[in-house]
Design a protein around this ligand. Structure first.
Ligand code: CU
Length: 377
């Protein structure tokens, strides 16, 4: 057994040595191959990562290019079954022009707040708006020559700012972004009478205005306008929804905002609110409308059905006015003032005469006297 084993052993030894060498060479080769493959995999990963980082909007994949992401879903006119009841229960935005404070300095304080508001009966929306007001923000009323001291506190979750079209001021200083929790204070002289838009000017401005960050400031001229009996402020704006807002609040659909595909268009933030709760006047009275088109994109083509715009201060130029005109464009970001004298009792709709916007809610009623019924043609 031993010799056999020895013979076997001496016989096999060279074979085993040769086999071990080849195994080592193979292992070394495989090791190098794995290392090489790993190296190439690393290069490919770095390349892919670089390509992703370099992706600009122009070269973005079509699925993320909201400029061309059509068709878009509309939620226009979608309300719950009890919409009429909800519209009645809704407390309308007070359009009455508040009185202007006395004194040389007017302090205005606003706090921005993320809040859910109703923009049509039963339709809720997640705004970035104004604490205590929603959207639009408070009506600011000052007199020509007064100094406005504006303090803006950002109670929201992201940076915001405030841009007053009534101010002649370095915007990079006054209209600067305010971090959440911070405040900014600046002063300007209300030197140009008229009605002006104010809004958040933080980029992308389209999103900030579309989310409710706007309002109106009236600068009453030193040379008084003709006296009138009623004065109302109307801020036109439109809403772009990513859902119907009924089961849960909707948020902004930026693609629809870019495509100008509004779901709701409103005066003072809520569709048709002055149809259900009309503004009022008495026969023979003159009513003054201070109108701002906040957009973000739509004009207001202001018209009063059954009446003339007896006086129209176009583009907020209070030094001159047109007489007896039918419809006047208030451009997005602009304002205008209209006097309307109505002698006959009745329900007089005020609209943006771009009628798609009427269909989406930008219509109200001026109820003159006490006419029978509450609806019009
Ligand atoms: Cu903002």
């Amino acid at each position: 057994m031993a010799s056999h084993a020895a013979r076997t052993s001496t016989y096999r030894a060279p074979d085993e040595t040769e086999s071990g060498t080849w195994s080592k060479i193979l292992a070394l080769f495989l090791g190098l191959l794995v290392a090489l493959l790993g190296f190439f995999a690393l290069l490919m990963w770095i390349d892919a990562r670089g390509a992703r980082d370099d992706a600009s909007p122009a070269s973005a994949a079509p699925t993320t290019d909201h400029n061309t992401a059509l068709p878009l879903n509309s939620f226009a006119g979608v309300v719950p079954d009890n919409a009429a009841e909800l519209a009645e229960a809704h407390k309308s935005y007070d359009a009455t022009l508040p009185s202007a404070p006395a004194g040389e300095l007017v302090k205005v304080q606003m706090t921005l707040k993320d809040m859910t508001v109703e923009i049509a009966p039963g339709v809720r929306y997640n705004t970035w708006a104004f604490d205590g007001h929603g959207a639009p923000g408070p009506i600011v009323h000052v007199r020509e020559g007064q100094t406005v001291e504006m303090t803006l506190t950002n109670g929201g979750a992201i940076p915001h700012s405030i841009d007053f079209h009534a101010a002649r001021i370095a915007p990079d200083v006054a209209f600067t972004d305010v971090a959440p929790g911070d405040s900014v204070k600046f002063r300007f002289t209300a030197g140009d009478p008229g009605v002006y838009m104010y809004h958040c000017g933080t980029k992308p401005v389209l999103a900030h205005i579309a989310n409710g960050m706007y309002g109106a400031i009236v600068v009453q001229p030193k040379a008084a306008l003709p006296p009138v009996d009623n004065e109302y402020v109307l801020v036109g704006s439109e809403w772009y929804l990513n859902g119907d807002g009924i089961e849960e609040p909707a948020s902004l659909d930026m693609g629809k905002a870019r495509a100008r595909m509004a779901d709701w268009v409103t005066f003072n933030g809520y569709a048709n609110q002055y149809v259900t709760h009309p503004l009022t006047a008495q026969p023979g009275e003159t009513t003054r409308f201070w109108v701002v088109a906040a957009g973000p994109t739509n004009n207001v083509n202001f018209h009063v059905v059954g009446a003339m715009l007896d006086r129209a201060w176009v583009n907020s130029d209070l030094t001159q006015h047109q007489r007896n005109v039918q419809t006047v464009i208030v451009p997005a970001g602009g304002g205008a003032v209209f006097d309307v004298k109505i002698d006959e009792e009745g329900l007089y709709p005020f609209v943006s005469h771009a009628f798609a916007d009427v269909d989406l809610g930008q219509v109200g009623l001026l109820k003159v006297g006490n006419p029978k019924g509450t609806t019009v043609h």
